[in-house]
Design a protein around this ligand. Structure first.
Ligand code: ADP
Ligand code: MG
Length: 440
């Protein structure tokens, strides 16, 4: 949902408070343990001995919740068009504005996008899923509730496999995975624009009702770098599928990072949720800052509060937004205007009398799955005989794979020579000038 501005003055205040904070990075953790020793002999005698025992280092735990705007020409429950930067309130139907008597009509294209995404992430697609109302007040959500899938989401139990560079010289490719708990379909809210000069808030409902896929990941990552690699892979998958354009700066992909710290073997710590993240790089910074901050809080005897924090990209800090302690009551209830959503395994399983062109059929979508980034990397390694780490860079950098393949084709130079030139000369020069491949 769109960030509210109510905590803004508090944010500024806390920002001042935290910018002065010193940041010592590592802290050796030694604990004094009193051990009781029973001495031998007829009379049991107690002796106490003070011993130092070092506990395992604290580690970070990261779980992401990602809202991906579905790439579709119309909204989730109305026929209004979806377009970025259209004139305010030019893409609003009566339903989007919640006029009484209007009813939702589910957009099949959005359901197909969620199923395709679920398939690409190895999820189980629920043959039946349900819509619910989640109530809360936002000026830019005129119904007073959001239609979401709380009880039974469309896809569950998936895995996102991602790779990243590790090792001292950052040249070793390591592959990891994180479980996807669920993918649910829901509506986006509108946008509030605050006009400080005239002290008024303006509402733009163009985005209200746009289809979102919320992906909830299990808390299985440990740092900003892992989360960044996972989100980058997700971006590439969504773009390959055509289900979301994945641009974080334009809000098509919005990541909330849940962060906690604990000692391995002990229960997980209290988490904070970091919002206002608009790039993968900022997300990694926000997560690492938050892990470090929580470790310092605990090591100095404090407690971590379950709160929502915002990332401030200028200072690189996270600052409290609003308290999550008083749990909000969303008064979830079944959405009465939408029947259960059914998807079918194959053409043969579509019930007689149902027009199969109007329903979502999993087999049909599986057949449409494009070449996913991991397969693309394997193909590059096999076709051109290049190293796996180079295939990771080729696929992960926007436009680099196409560039490499066209150079090989046009020049007929040995691919391994081309890749050497791309990695050393081209990338080196682009990095020096902070340019992207598309700007070469
Ligand atoms: P809630 O029901 O309170 O929203 P969930 O279990 O749905 O909680 O988790 C929400 C998100 O928070 C998930 O992405 C999950 O991975 C993450 N998360 C849960 N517990 C922790 C934790 N201790 N540390 C970090 N992330 C966590
Ligand atoms: Mg949740």
């Amino acid at each position: 949902m769109a960030a509210s501005s109510s905590g803004y003055s508090r944010m500024l205040f806390s920002l001042r408070k935290y910018t002065n904070k010193s940041q010592s990075l590592y802290h050796i953790d030694t604990n004094f343990v009193i051990r009781t020793i029973w001495t031998s002999g007829s009379k049991k005698q107690l002796k106490t001995k003070v011993q130092t025992k070092s506990l395992p280092q604290m580690v970070g735990v990261v779980g992401l919740e990602i809202h991906a705007q579905i790439q579709s020409t119309s909204k989730l429950f109305s026929g209004s068009h979806v377009r970025f930067l259209a004139p305010p309130n030019s893409l609003v139907s009566y339903f989007d504005a919640s006029l009484p008597g209007t009813l939702p009509v589910l957009n099949r294209r959005c359901v197909e996008a969620a199923v395709l995404t679920g398939l690409a992430l190895n999820c189980t697609i629920n043959r039946k899923s349900l819509f619910d109302r989640k109530h809360y007040f936002y000026a830019d959500m005129p119904a007073g509730y959001q239609i979401t899938q709380q009880r039974l989401p469309i896809a569950v139990d998936g895995t996102l496999v991602y790779s990243l560079f590790e090792g001292r010289r950052r040249n070793q490719v390591v592959t990891k995975s994180v479980k996807i708990k669920q993918i649910q379909l829901e509506q986006d809210s509108g946008k509030s624009l605050h006009d400080n000069e005239q002290s008024q808030t303006l509402i733009d409902l163009n985005r209200a009702g746009v289809g979102l896929m919320e992906l909830v990941m299990e808390p299985e990552m440990c740092c900003g770098e892992e989360a960044a690699a996972a989100v980058r892979e997700l971006q590439l998958i969504l773009q390959a599928l055509g289900t979301c354009q994945g641009n974080m700066a334009e809000g098509q992909l919005r990541v909330d990072a849940n962060v906690s710290v604990h000692r391995p073997g002990e229960p997980m710590g209290v988490r904070t949720e970091v919002k206002n993240i608009n790039s993968v790089r900022h997300m990694a910074k926000a997560i690492d800052y938050e892990i470090q901050r929580q470790m310092e809080v605990l090591q100095s005897g404090g407690t971590v509060l379950n709160e929502t924090r915002a990332f401030d990209s200028k200072s690189g800090n996270t600052i409290p937004m609003r308290d999550k302690e008083g749990l909000q009551d969303y008064r979830f209830m079944p959405e009465p205007n939408l029947p259960p959503l059914f998807v079918y395994e194959s053409e043969a399983s579509v019930p007689v009398g149902v027009d199969s062109a109007q329903v979502v059929v999993i087999d049909r979508l599986s057949a449409q799955l494009p070449e996913l980034p991991s397969v693309r990397r394997t193909r590059l390694v096999e076709t051109y005989g290049i190293l796996r780490e180079h295939s990771l860079t080729l696929v992960n950098e926007d436009g680099l794979m196409d560039f490499f393949e066209s150079v090989v084709q046009m020049t007929k130079v040995e691919p391994r020579k081309v890749i050497g030139w791309v990695m050393n000369e081209l990338m080196g020069n682009l990095n020096l000038q902070s340019l992207k491949v598309s700007q070469r």
